[in-house]
Ligand binder design. Structure first.
Ligand code: ATP
Ligand code: ZN
Length: 314
Protein backbone atom coordinates (compact mmCIF):
# COMPACT_ATOMS: atom_id res chain seq x y z
CA UNK A 1 0.00 0.00 0.00
CA UNK A 2 3.02 2.26 -0.23
CA UNK A 3 1.50 3.86 -3.32
CA UNK A 4 -1.46 5.10 -1.27
CA UNK A 5 -1.60 8.84 -0.64
CA UNK A 6 -1.06 9.81 2.99
CA UNK A 7 -4.57 11.22 3.26
CA UNK A 8 -6.10 8.06 1.79
CA UNK A 9 -4.05 6.02 4.18
CA UNK A 10 -5.21 8.09 7.16
CA UNK A 11 -8.83 7.69 6.06
CA UNK A 12 -8.39 3.94 5.59
CA UNK A 13 -6.76 3.68 9.03
CA UNK A 14 -9.62 5.60 10.65
CA UNK A 15 -12.09 3.31 8.94
CA UNK A 16 -10.19 0.22 10.11
CA UNK A 17 -10.23 1.50 13.70
CA UNK A 18 -13.93 2.28 13.58
CA UNK A 19 -14.58 -1.19 12.13
CA UNK A 20 -12.57 -2.85 14.93
CA UNK A 21 -14.55 -0.83 17.47
CA UNK A 22 -17.82 -1.95 15.88
CA UNK A 23 -16.68 -5.58 16.01
CA UNK A 24 -15.89 -5.25 19.73
CA UNK A 25 -19.27 -3.65 20.44
CA UNK A 26 -21.13 -6.25 18.34
CA UNK A 27 -19.38 -9.07 20.17
CA UNK A 28 -20.43 -7.43 23.47
CA UNK A 29 -16.81 -7.30 24.63
CA UNK A 30 -17.01 -3.51 24.99
CA UNK A 31 -20.14 -1.60 25.96
CA UNK A 32 -20.26 1.79 24.30
CA UNK A 33 -21.25 5.12 25.84
CA UNK A 34 -22.06 8.56 24.47
CA UNK A 35 -18.48 9.68 25.14
CA UNK A 36 -15.60 8.46 22.92
CA UNK A 37 -13.05 6.40 24.81
CA UNK A 38 -15.37 5.48 27.71
CA UNK A 39 -16.55 1.86 27.70
CA UNK A 40 -17.95 -0.83 29.91
CA UNK A 41 -16.45 -4.30 29.53
CA UNK A 42 -17.93 -7.78 29.49
CA UNK A 43 -17.01 -10.75 31.67
CA UNK A 44 -15.18 -12.32 28.73
CA UNK A 45 -13.07 -9.19 28.33
CA UNK A 46 -12.34 -9.02 32.05
CA UNK A 47 -11.28 -12.69 32.04
CA UNK A 48 -8.55 -11.75 29.56
CA UNK A 49 -7.47 -8.86 31.82
CA UNK A 50 -7.33 -11.18 34.86
CA UNK A 51 -5.29 -13.70 32.89
CA UNK A 52 -2.89 -10.97 31.86
CA UNK A 53 -2.58 -9.75 35.42
CA UNK A 54 -1.60 -13.26 36.49
CA UNK A 55 0.95 -13.59 33.65
CA UNK A 56 2.51 -10.23 34.57
CA UNK A 57 2.59 -11.16 38.26
CA UNK A 58 4.40 -14.39 37.37
CA UNK A 59 6.82 -12.49 35.11
CA UNK A 60 7.69 -10.08 37.92
CA UNK A 61 8.01 -12.68 40.67
CA UNK A 62 11.87 -12.47 40.70
CA UNK A 63 11.58 -8.75 41.45
CA UNK A 64 9.97 -9.40 44.83
CA UNK A 65 8.37 -5.99 44.35
CA UNK A 66 6.42 -4.25 47.09
CA UNK A 67 2.75 -4.33 46.07
CA UNK A 68 0.99 -0.97 46.41
CA UNK A 69 -2.42 0.13 45.15
CA UNK A 70 -3.63 3.73 44.93
CA UNK A 71 -7.08 5.06 44.02
CA UNK A 72 -7.66 6.65 40.59
CA UNK A 73 -7.46 10.14 42.12
CA UNK A 74 -4.61 11.64 44.13
CA UNK A 75 -3.79 14.85 46.02
CA UNK A 76 -3.54 17.96 43.90
CA UNK A 77 -0.63 19.25 46.02
CA UNK A 78 1.40 16.22 44.87
CA UNK A 79 0.34 16.75 41.26
CA UNK A 80 1.45 20.37 41.53
CA UNK A 81 4.94 19.36 42.62
CA UNK A 82 5.42 17.66 39.22
CA UNK A 83 5.40 19.56 35.93
CA UNK A 84 2.54 17.53 34.43
CA UNK A 85 0.34 20.59 33.90
CA UNK A 86 3.18 22.24 31.93
CA UNK A 87 3.79 19.19 29.73
CA UNK A 88 0.31 17.70 29.35
CA UNK A 89 -2.38 20.31 30.14
CA UNK A 90 -4.61 18.76 27.47
CA UNK A 91 -4.55 15.30 29.09
CA UNK A 92 -5.12 16.53 32.64
CA UNK A 93 -8.31 15.98 34.63
CA UNK A 94 -9.16 17.70 37.87
CA UNK A 95 -12.13 16.87 40.07
CA UNK A 96 -14.64 19.67 40.63
CA UNK A 97 -17.42 19.70 43.17
CA UNK A 98 -19.94 21.99 44.80
CA UNK A 99 -18.66 23.84 47.85
CA UNK A 100 -20.84 26.94 48.09
CA UNK A 101 -24.03 27.87 49.95
CA UNK A 102 -27.79 27.39 49.59
CA UNK A 103 -28.20 30.52 47.51
CA UNK A 104 -25.63 29.37 44.97
CA UNK A 105 -27.19 25.92 44.92
CA UNK A 106 -30.57 27.49 44.02
CA UNK A 107 -28.84 29.47 41.25
CA UNK A 108 -27.26 26.28 39.94
CA UNK A 109 -30.61 24.49 39.93
CA UNK A 110 -32.43 27.29 38.14
CA UNK A 111 -29.70 27.47 35.50
CA UNK A 112 -30.00 23.71 35.07
CA UNK A 113 -33.79 23.91 34.83
CA UNK A 114 -33.54 26.33 31.94
CA UNK A 115 -30.95 24.22 30.17
CA UNK A 116 -28.08 26.60 30.90
CA UNK A 117 -24.59 25.51 31.93
CA UNK A 118 -24.57 24.77 35.69
CA UNK A 119 -20.98 23.65 36.11
CA UNK A 120 -19.79 27.22 36.69
CA UNK A 121 -21.04 26.77 40.28
CA UNK A 122 -18.56 23.96 40.83
CA UNK A 123 -15.01 24.58 42.02
CA UNK A 124 -11.81 22.56 41.59
CA UNK A 125 -11.16 20.37 44.64
CA UNK A 126 -7.94 19.12 46.19
CA UNK A 127 -7.90 15.91 44.10
CA UNK A 128 -6.85 15.30 40.50
CA UNK A 129 -7.31 12.24 38.32
CA UNK A 130 -4.25 9.99 38.23
CA UNK A 131 -2.59 10.19 34.79
CA UNK A 132 0.10 7.59 35.28
CA UNK A 133 -0.29 5.20 38.17
CA UNK A 134 3.32 5.70 39.30
CA UNK A 135 2.68 9.37 40.09
CA UNK A 136 0.99 8.82 43.48
CA UNK A 137 3.88 6.54 44.46
CA UNK A 138 6.62 9.16 44.19
CA UNK A 139 4.94 11.49 46.68
CA UNK A 140 5.18 8.73 49.30
CA UNK A 141 8.95 8.22 48.88
CA UNK A 142 10.29 11.56 50.04
CA UNK A 143 13.61 11.06 51.86
CA UNK A 144 16.12 8.23 51.67
CA UNK A 145 15.61 4.86 50.00
CA UNK A 146 16.94 1.59 51.38
CA UNK A 147 20.32 0.27 50.14
CA UNK A 148 19.92 -1.01 46.56
CA UNK A 149 16.77 1.06 45.96
CA UNK A 150 13.13 -0.09 45.94
CA UNK A 151 10.88 -1.89 43.48
CA UNK A 152 7.10 -1.51 43.39
CA UNK A 153 4.25 -3.40 41.75
CA UNK A 154 1.44 -0.95 40.91
CA UNK A 155 -1.92 -1.39 39.25
CA UNK A 156 -4.84 0.92 38.73
CA UNK A 157 -6.74 3.33 36.54
CA UNK A 158 -5.21 6.24 34.69
CA UNK A 159 -7.14 9.10 33.12
CA UNK A 160 -6.03 10.92 29.99
CA UNK A 161 -8.29 13.33 28.22
CA UNK A 162 -7.81 12.03 24.69
CA UNK A 163 -11.24 11.22 23.23
CA UNK A 164 -10.98 9.06 20.12
CA UNK A 165 -12.94 6.63 17.99
CA UNK A 166 -9.91 4.31 18.12
CA UNK A 167 -10.84 1.56 20.61
CA UNK A 168 -7.16 1.41 21.66
CA UNK A 169 -7.28 5.03 22.86
CA UNK A 170 -9.37 5.27 26.00
CA UNK A 171 -9.89 8.14 28.40
CA UNK A 172 -9.85 5.86 31.43
CA UNK A 173 -7.80 2.68 31.37
CA UNK A 174 -5.82 0.31 33.55
CA UNK A 175 -2.07 0.00 33.80
CA UNK A 176 0.18 -2.44 35.59
CA UNK A 177 3.57 -0.99 36.35
CA UNK A 178 6.78 -2.24 37.85
CA UNK A 179 8.77 0.72 39.12
CA UNK A 180 12.37 0.91 40.31
CA UNK A 181 13.65 3.86 42.31
CA UNK A 182 17.30 3.99 43.25
CA UNK A 183 20.79 4.75 41.95
CA UNK A 184 20.91 6.19 38.39
CA UNK A 185 22.97 3.32 36.89
CA UNK A 186 20.72 0.74 38.48
CA UNK A 187 17.63 2.53 37.09
CA UNK A 188 19.05 2.42 33.57
CA UNK A 189 19.97 -1.25 33.93
CA UNK A 190 16.54 -2.06 35.34
CA UNK A 191 14.82 -0.39 32.39
CA UNK A 192 16.94 -2.25 29.84
CA UNK A 193 16.65 -5.70 31.39
CA UNK A 194 12.93 -5.44 32.11
CA UNK A 195 12.26 -4.17 28.61
CA UNK A 196 13.65 -7.47 27.31
CA UNK A 197 11.64 -9.51 29.80
CA UNK A 198 8.46 -7.59 28.95
CA UNK A 199 9.00 -8.24 25.23
CA UNK A 200 9.55 -11.93 25.87
CA UNK A 201 6.44 -12.19 28.03
CA UNK A 202 4.18 -10.46 25.51
CA UNK A 203 5.68 -12.48 22.65
CA UNK A 204 4.89 -15.67 24.59
CA UNK A 205 1.21 -14.68 24.24
CA UNK A 206 1.58 -14.85 20.47
CA UNK A 207 1.72 -11.06 20.02
CA UNK A 208 3.96 -9.87 17.14
CA UNK A 209 5.72 -7.23 19.27
CA UNK A 210 8.48 -4.77 18.35
CA UNK A 211 10.46 -2.33 20.50
CA UNK A 212 10.36 1.24 19.20
CA UNK A 213 12.06 4.37 20.58
CA UNK A 214 9.21 6.68 21.51
CA UNK A 215 8.21 10.05 22.83
CA UNK A 216 5.36 11.40 24.91
CA UNK A 217 2.86 13.85 23.39
CA UNK A 218 4.27 16.92 25.17
CA UNK A 219 2.04 19.93 24.64
CA UNK A 220 2.80 23.04 22.63
CA UNK A 221 5.92 24.65 21.28
CA UNK A 222 8.10 24.13 24.36
CA UNK A 223 6.99 20.50 24.25
CA UNK A 224 8.65 19.97 20.88
CA UNK A 225 12.04 20.27 22.56
CA UNK A 226 11.13 17.75 25.24
CA UNK A 227 10.02 15.34 22.52
CA UNK A 228 13.35 15.52 20.73
CA UNK A 229 15.32 15.15 24.01
CA UNK A 230 13.31 12.07 24.93
CA UNK A 231 14.05 10.49 21.56
CA UNK A 232 17.71 11.51 21.42
CA UNK A 233 18.44 10.20 24.89
CA UNK A 234 16.37 7.05 24.32
CA UNK A 235 14.46 7.54 27.57
CA UNK A 236 11.30 5.81 26.43
CA UNK A 237 10.86 2.59 24.47
CA UNK A 238 7.43 1.36 23.47
CA UNK A 239 6.42 -2.21 22.80
CA UNK A 240 4.10 -2.08 19.82
CA UNK A 241 1.83 -4.51 17.99
CA UNK A 242 0.62 -3.96 14.40
CA UNK A 243 -3.18 -4.10 14.36
CA UNK A 244 -4.14 -2.75 10.96
CA UNK A 245 -1.78 -4.44 8.51
CA UNK A 246 0.45 -1.94 6.76
CA UNK A 247 -1.93 0.96 7.38
CA UNK A 248 -0.16 1.61 10.68
CA UNK A 249 3.23 0.65 12.06
CA UNK A 250 1.81 -0.48 15.38
CA UNK A 251 0.13 0.59 18.63
CA UNK A 252 1.96 0.71 21.97
CA UNK A 253 0.71 -1.87 24.45
CA UNK A 254 3.51 -1.29 26.97
CA UNK A 255 6.44 1.02 27.56
CA UNK A 256 9.75 0.98 29.39
CA UNK A 257 10.84 4.36 30.64
CA UNK A 258 13.80 6.03 32.24
CA UNK A 259 12.35 8.94 34.16
CA UNK A 260 15.78 10.01 35.41
CA UNK A 261 15.14 12.53 38.21
CA UNK A 262 11.97 13.83 36.60
CA UNK A 263 9.75 12.48 39.41
CA UNK A 264 12.33 11.97 42.13
CA UNK A 265 13.65 15.57 42.21
CA UNK A 266 10.23 17.16 42.94
CA UNK A 267 9.87 14.90 46.00
CA UNK A 268 13.55 14.95 46.99
CA UNK A 269 13.91 11.18 46.87
CA UNK A 270 17.49 10.12 47.63
CA UNK A 271 19.53 6.94 47.52
CA UNK A 272 20.82 5.40 50.75
CA UNK A 273 24.02 7.35 50.13
CA UNK A 274 22.20 10.65 49.79
CA UNK A 275 22.45 11.20 46.00
CA UNK A 276 19.34 12.15 44.06
CA UNK A 277 17.61 8.91 43.04
CA UNK A 278 16.39 8.05 39.54
CA UNK A 279 13.14 6.30 38.59
CA UNK A 280 12.47 3.73 35.86
CA UNK A 281 9.33 1.80 35.01
CA UNK A 282 7.85 -0.82 32.74
CA UNK A 283 4.18 -0.05 32.22
CA UNK A 284 1.60 -2.33 30.59
CA UNK A 285 -1.64 -1.01 29.16
CA UNK A 286 -4.14 -3.68 30.27
CA UNK A 287 -7.03 -2.87 27.91
CA UNK A 288 -4.64 -2.29 25.02
CA UNK A 289 -2.95 -5.64 25.55
CA UNK A 290 -6.30 -7.43 25.79
CA UNK A 291 -7.46 -5.69 22.61
CA UNK A 292 -4.22 -6.59 20.83
CA UNK A 293 -4.81 -10.23 21.80
CA UNK A 294 -8.36 -10.08 20.42
CA UNK A 295 -7.16 -8.47 17.22
CA UNK A 296 -4.32 -10.96 16.78
CA UNK A 297 -6.07 -14.20 17.77
CA UNK A 298 -9.68 -13.38 16.94
CA UNK A 299 -12.84 -12.23 18.71
CA UNK A 300 -13.69 -15.69 19.98
CA UNK A 301 -11.39 -16.64 22.84
CA UNK A 302 -12.34 -20.31 22.45
CA UNK A 303 -10.56 -20.26 19.09
CA UNK A 304 -7.26 -18.84 20.43
CA UNK A 305 -4.12 -21.01 20.30
CA UNK A 306 -4.17 -23.55 23.14
CA UNK A 307 -0.85 -22.45 24.62
CA UNK A 308 -2.00 -18.81 24.81
CA UNK A 309 -5.24 -19.83 26.53
CA UNK A 310 -3.29 -22.01 28.93
CA UNK A 311 -0.94 -19.15 29.87
CA UNK A 312 -3.90 -16.83 30.45
CA UNK A 313 -5.95 -19.47 32.26
CA UNK A 314 -8.77 -19.07 29.71
P1 ATP B 1 5.55 7.77 32.57
O1 ATP B 1 5.71 6.90 33.79
O2 ATP B 1 6.83 8.08 31.87
O3 ATP B 1 4.64 8.95 32.78
P2 ATP B 1 3.68 5.83 31.78
O4 ATP B 1 4.19 4.88 32.80
O5 ATP B 1 2.43 6.54 32.06
O6 ATP B 1 4.80 6.88 31.47
P3 ATP B 1 2.80 5.44 29.10
O7 ATP B 1 3.66 4.90 28.02
O8 ATP B 1 2.40 6.84 29.02
O9 ATP B 1 3.61 5.10 30.41
O10 ATP B 1 1.49 4.54 29.27
C1 ATP B 1 1.65 3.17 29.59
C2 ATP B 1 0.77 2.30 28.74
O11 ATP B 1 -0.58 2.66 28.97
C3 ATP B 1 0.96 2.48 27.23
O12 ATP B 1 2.01 1.67 26.73
C4 ATP B 1 -0.38 2.03 26.71
O13 ATP B 1 -0.43 0.63 26.58
C5 ATP B 1 -1.33 2.45 27.80
N1 ATP B 1 -2.04 3.68 27.39
C6 ATP B 1 -1.54 4.92 27.31
N2 ATP B 1 -2.47 5.79 26.89
C7 ATP B 1 -3.61 5.06 26.69
C8 ATP B 1 -4.93 5.38 26.25
N3 ATP B 1 -5.31 6.63 25.95
N4 ATP B 1 -5.83 4.37 26.17
C9 ATP B 1 -5.49 3.11 26.49
N5 ATP B 1 -4.27 2.75 26.90
C10 ATP B 1 -3.33 3.71 27.01
ZN1 ZN C 1 5.41 5.02 35.04
Amino acid sequence: MSNMLDTDRATALDAARVAFRAELLDAGLLIGSTVPGIYGRSGAFEAIISGLDAVLGEMARPLAATVLRFPPVYPRVDFERTDYIASFPDLTGIVSSFDRGDREHRELLSARATGEAWDGWLDPTDVVLTNAICHPLYATLEGRLPVGGSVFDLSGYGFRREPSSDPMRLQSFRMREFVFVGAPDDAQEYRDSWLDIAIETLASLGLPVSAVPANDPFFGRAGKMLISNQLRENLKVEITVPLYGDLHEGTAIASANCQRDHLTAPFDIRTSEGALAHGACVAFGMERTALALLRTHGMDVAGWPGEVRALLGL
